[in-house]
Design a protein around this ligand. Structure first.
Ligand code: SAH
Length: 215
């Protein structure tokens, strides 16, 4: 049997030494979530390589360093209420949920079969503070808005207005913005209704498809 715990520890050590992981909160969250349960069963042996992996339907689970970087940039607190757009495997949502144990993650996914995949994966590691919602996340999830943190894990042509409208005062939104092949990781902070942007460098995500995304 493969020792996933040892592999996970080694990956986390690498991400710390490379500077992606910086806080106790996110380090513990990544140590606590078994990534092998979020990839297709026949791909589990490779679950601790630092690269994205196919999860079906032309979609991917993000590379661990990208999950680490984005989770750190979210600046989570114990009780953060987070909206994620693009559940995919559910892994990013699981890491956020573990890092904000008294908070809650609403994660929206447009492909119904992947929403089910994410729900099953989250249930298999007993994560209860995530709800996977089926639908077009470019419109956010009005029912539970506003959110202190919003994370989009698919590439957008611009920042959807709907998401800005669902970001709390003092809140933070993270989204890859660019063309279909290369994006810039953009952070937007809501400072009293004024949206202040910061750029965190290049990244590559699958496209965000929807009303306020790619058509
Ligand atoms: N966060 C995921 C990786 C996401 S891959 C993980 O940890 O595994 C991007 C996901 O965004 C895909 O599953 C894709 O179907 C989804 N997606 C694309 N456009 C979307 C939209 N408008 N609303 C919701 N999900 C969307």
């Amino acid at each position: 049997m493969m020792d996933f715990v040892a592999k996970r520890r080694r990956l986390v050590e690498c991400l710390v030494s490379e500077g992606y992981l910086r806080s106790r909160r996110v380090i513990d969250a990544m140590l606590g979530v078994p990534r092998e349960l979020f990839v297709p069963e026949d791909a589990r042996a490779g679950a601790y390589a630092d690269c994205p992996m196919p999860i079906g339907f032309g979609q991917t689970i993000s590379a661990p360093h990208m999950v680490a970087l984005m989770t750190e940039l979210l600046g989570l607190e114990d009780d953060s209420v987070v909206l994620e757009v693009g559940s995919g495997s559910g892994y990013q949502a699981a890491v956020i949920a573990a890092a904000a144990p008294d908070g809650f993650v609403y994660s929206v996914e447009r492909i119904e079969s992947l929403a089910d995949f994410a729900r099953d994966n989250l249930a298999s590691c007993k994560i209860r503070n995530v709800e996977v919602v089926s639908g077009d996340g470019t419109l956010g999830y009005v029912r539970k808005a506003p959110y202190g943190r919003i994370i989009v894990t698919a590439a957008a042509p611009g920042v959807p207005e709907s998401l800005l409208g669902q970001l709390s005062d003092g809140g933070r939104l993270l989204i890859p913005v660019g063309d279909r092949f290369l994006q810039d990781l953009v952070e937007v902070r809501n400072e009293g209704g004024k949206f202040v942007e910061k750029h965190h460098g290049g990244c590559v995500f699958v496209p965000l498809i929807g009303e306020e995304g790619w058509k």
